[in-house]
Ligand binder design. Structure first.
Ligand code: UDP
Length: 325
C-alpha cells in the first residue's frame, strides 16, 4: 500500500511526502531532479531518480514497491517559460502524464491525484471561482494542465480508475518543522521574492501593476499555505481509497490579499519597512484569483490550519533564512 509521489523532490511534492511519512504511510518518490532537489526529501523516503516518460521504469517502480496510488506533481510550472517553449510544456506536462496514466492502467493502479491550477479558469469568470466556472486557459502551461485533466476524465470513463484533481491557487510558505520549503533558485513568485527582500537578498520588491481594478490597484491572490495543501492531498487520497468518485477540487482559502497587503504583512513580520518599486503589469497576470473552497471542505472535511497571512509570510521567511544559511 505505497503511494508513488512524482516530483516528490520539488516544493509542493516534498511537503506531501513529509505529510505521508508523518502519518506512517509508505512512499516512493520518483523525480528526475531537473528542478527538484534530492536533499529536500532527505533519506526518509524511498527515492528513484528517473523520468515520468520512462514507462518501463514506472512499471518496475510500481511493482517493486507495491504502489497502489499515485500523486502526480512532476511537471513544468513557469507560465512565461511555457509561452516561449510550448512543445516542451506539452511534452513535460501532457505526454509524460499520458505515460504515467498508461503505466497505472497496465499495472492496475486505480487511484490518482493530479496537481492542476487555478490558471485553467477564464479571466472573466465569476469570483470566487467554483470548480464549474468557465475554463479558458491562456498559457501553454494552463492548457497543458487542462488537457491532462481531460485525459484523466476520459480514462476514468472506460477503466476501473478514479482520480481527484486539485486546482491550486497561490501556494506559499514552508513546512512548519523546517524540513523543506521553496528552494528553486529562480524566484518569480511574490512570496518567495518578498522573503528574499525581507532578508536583504534582493534590493526591493517589484509591484507588478498598480492600475488593476482592485481596491488598492494591485493584483489580488488567494494564498494557501503549502502544508494545508499537502493535507488536502492526503484527504483526497483517503477519499479515493474509501471509494469516492472522481472529482475536481479547488485548493485555496476563499479570500484574497493584494500585493500591497502582502508587502504590509512582510513589514509587520520583520518589524521594519520593505523597499518596494512600483512598475507596470506583468504580461498575462489577471487582476484577481480567489477560490471557492466549499466543495473540498464539504466533501473531504478539509480544515485549513495555517489560514493566516502573517503565518504564511513568517514561514516563507524562516525557510528562506534556513535555505540560504
Ligand atoms: N507579483 C508582484 N511582484 C513580484 C511577483 C509577483 O507584484 O515580484 C504579483 C503578480 O503580478 C500577481 C501576484 O503578485 O498579482 C502573485 O504572483 P505570483 O507570481 O506569486 O503567482 P501567480 O499568481 O502569477 O501564479
Amino acid at each position: 500500500m505505497t503511494t508513488l509521489v512524482t516530483g516528490g523532490a520539488g516544493y509542493i511534492g516534498s511537503h506531501a511526502v513529509y505529510a505521508l511519512l508523518d502519518r506512517g504511510s509508505p512512499v516512493v518518490v520518483l523525480d528526475n531532479l531537473s528542478t527538484g532537489i534530492r536533499a529536500q526529501v532527505g533519506e526518509v523516503a524511498a527515492f528513484v531518480q528517473g523520468d515520468v516518460a520512462d514507462r518501463a521504469l514506472l512499471k518496475r517502480t510500481i511493482l517493486d514497491y507495491g504502489v497502489n496510488a499515485v500523486i502526480h506533481f512532476a511537471g513544468s510550472i513557469v507560465v512565461p517559460e511555457s509561452v516561449a517553449d510550448p512543445i516542451g510544456y506539452y511534452e513535460n506536462n501532457v505526454s509524460k502524464s499520458r505515460e504515467l496514466i498508461a503505466a497505472c492502467l497496465e499495472t492496475g493502479v486505480k487511484r490518482f491525484i493530479f496537481s492542476s491550477t487555478a490558471a485553467v479558469y477564464a479571466e472573466d469568470a465569476v469570483q470566487p471561482l467554483e470548480e464549474g466556472a468557465r475554463k479558458v486557459p491562456i498559457s501553454p502551461y494552463a492548457r497543458s494542465k487542462l488537457m491532462t485533466e481531460w485525459m484523466l476524465e476520459d480514462v476514468s470513463r472506460v477503466h476501473d480508475f478514479r482520480y481527484h484533481i486539485l486546482r491550486y491557487f497561490n501556494v506559499a510558505g514552508a513546512d512548519p518543522k523546517g524540513r523543506t520549503g521553496q528552494s528553486h533558485p529562480v524566484a518569480t513568485h511574490l512570496m518567495k521574492r518578498a522573503a528574499m527582500v525581507a532578508l536583504g537578498r534582493l534590493p526591493h520588491l517589484d509591484i507588478f501593476g498598480t492600475d488593476y481594478p482592485t481596491p488598492d490597484g494591485t493584483g489580488v491572490r488567494d494564498y494557501i499555505h503549502v502544508s494545508d495543501l499537502a493535507a488536502a492531498h492526503l484527504l483526497a487520497l483517503d477519499a479515493l481509497e474509501a471509494g469516492a468518485p472522481s472529482t475536481v477540487y479547488n485548493c485555496g482559502y476563499g479570500r484574497g490579499f493584494s500585493v500591497r497587503e502582502v508587502a504590509k504583512g512582510v513589514e509587520r513580520v520583520i518589524g521594519h519597512a520593505l523597499p518596494v518599486r512600483e512598475g507596470p503589469r506583468r504580461l498575462g497576470d489577471p487582476p484577481v484569483l480567489i477560490s471557492d473552497p466549499s466543495r473540498i471542505k464539504m466533501a473531504l472535511g478539509w480544515k485549513p490550519r495555517y489560514d493566516d497571512i502573517d503565518t504564511i509570510i513568517r514561514s516563507a521567511i524562516d525557510w528562506e533564512r534556513r535555505f540560504n544559511a
